[in-house]
Design a protein. Structure first.
Length: 393
């Protein structure tokens, strides 16, 4: 009888895992670039489809928005942890598994830092750490089921990409750039202060009106809002739009931005126009979420404090963008109002009497946080004042 001395074959799952390592490493690198460069639900809040999906479970709208944002944010960071584990070729609970558990949280925090432009606050650190660790543990559990692991990664990545979609088309981009050039060409004639904002508004919407003859006025108005969001708000809006900004024009925009105000306040135009731009790039709710997130961050130690006046400026920009682009009739009406001679009060009520500089502790104890009775009273007052502004209807 012949005895065979063949070496045992490598188990199929182990062989498949080894073959998948190079692919996982490429995917890890690509996903790190996504988390670094793509604005995710962290600054924008959850998109409407995600909030609706969570709300269908019987959760209130406010809570649904928080849950949906956390799920999208956590999903992106969890996938980072999973890809890190898979790319290491680790076997269950060997040294590479332990290494992935140690490295994943730090990597998640570093990418969060690079994407935000500031070191994450405590809540963000907790979410990043827990999500990355959860991703590593999930990858360990799914290691022997590559089909399930691949499907899960594809689903998470797809949902994240869908939830962060904020780009604009070539037609809007071209129109916004043309409007921006027109505004900057007139910068020398723009006076300082409140009058400066009204002059810039007139130039942008006169250009939009000139390009509305025989066409829908919505696109030119949309371009005007986005151009002013970059020039008077923040050039980072172009990043959210998925477009590259001409760096040579940034100093011109910054110089103009520094000279204008609303009610003598130079920070309120930035709040107004950033909110307006994000309303068009994402949706109204996500735009408001940005402003609230910034105010909550300002309330932390070292910040300028929570400001209900800033929240009002955010909400005014939100309503302005909607009123200017709702439909053709509304777009033409906005052009006519601005060209007939507008006032700051048409678009932002006087909110200089609203509380500002509120610390985190005071915001919780005196105002009850975001859901507190005093916060809701002030929110209702802001809505009442905005409803009285003729240019926001």
């Amino acid at each position: 009888m012949t005895v065979r001395a063949d070496l045992p074959a490598v188990p199929a799952p182990a062989a498949a895992v080894s073959a998948a390592v190079p692919i996982s490493r490429a995917l890890l690198l690509a996903w790190m670039l996504v988390l670094w460069l793509v604005p995710d639900p962290r600054p924008l809040g959850a998109p409407a489809w995600a909030v609706s999906a969570v709300a269908a479970l019987g959760i209130g709208d406010a809570a649904a928005r928080v849950v949906a944002t956390l799920l999208l944010r956590s999903g992106g960071l969890a996938l980072l942890g999973a890809l890190l584990l898979w790319s290491s070729g680790a076997r269950p609970w060997d040294r590479r598994c332990v290494g992935a558990l140690v490295v994943a949280p730090g990597l998640a925090v570093a990418l969060l830092w690079a994407n935000c432009g500031y070191f994450p606050i405590r809540a963000q650190l907790v979410v990043a750490t827990v999500s990355a660790l959860g991703g590593v543990l999930a990858a360990i559990a799914l290691r022997r089921s590559l089909i399930a692991a691949g499907a899960l990664a594809a689903i998470v990545g797809g949902l994240f990409a869908w939830g962060t979609a904020t780009g604009i088309g070539d037609d809007v981009d071209a129109a916004a750039r043309a409007t921006g050039r027109q505004v900057l060409a007139d910068a020398a004639g723009v006076p300082d202060g409140d009058a400066g904002l009204l002059r810039v508004l007139e130039v942008a919407f006169a250009f939009a009106e000139d390009n509305s003859h025989g066409t829908d006025a919505v696109l030119p108005n949309r371009a005007a809002v986005l151009a002013l969001a970059v020039i008077l708000g923040d050039e980072a809006i172009s990043k959210v739009a998925g477009r590259h900004l001409d760096a040579s024009r940034v100093p011109e925009a910054e110089a103009l931005r520094a000279r204008i105000s609303m009610y003598g306040r130079k920070d309120w135009p930035r709040h107004f126009w950033v909110s307006a731009g994000l309303t068009l790039l994402a949706d109204a709710d996500r735009s408001i979420a940005v402003g609230l997130t910034k105010e909550l961050m300002d309330a932390t130690p070292g910040g300028t404090g929570f400001s209900f006046a800033d929240v009002a400026a955010d909400a005014a920009g939100n309503r302005f963008a909607l009123a200017a682009t709702r439909d053709a009739a509304s777009a033409h009406a906005m052009q006519a109002r601005i060209l007939a001679g507008a006032r700051i009060a048409d678009f932002l009520p006087d909110v200089r009497d609203l509380p500002e500089g509120i610390t985190r502790d005071d915001f919780q104890t005196r105002y009850g946080g975001l859901g507190g009775a005093e916060t809701q009273r002030l929110a209702d007052e802001i809505r009442r004042r905005l409803a009285a502004c003729p240019g926001l209807q």
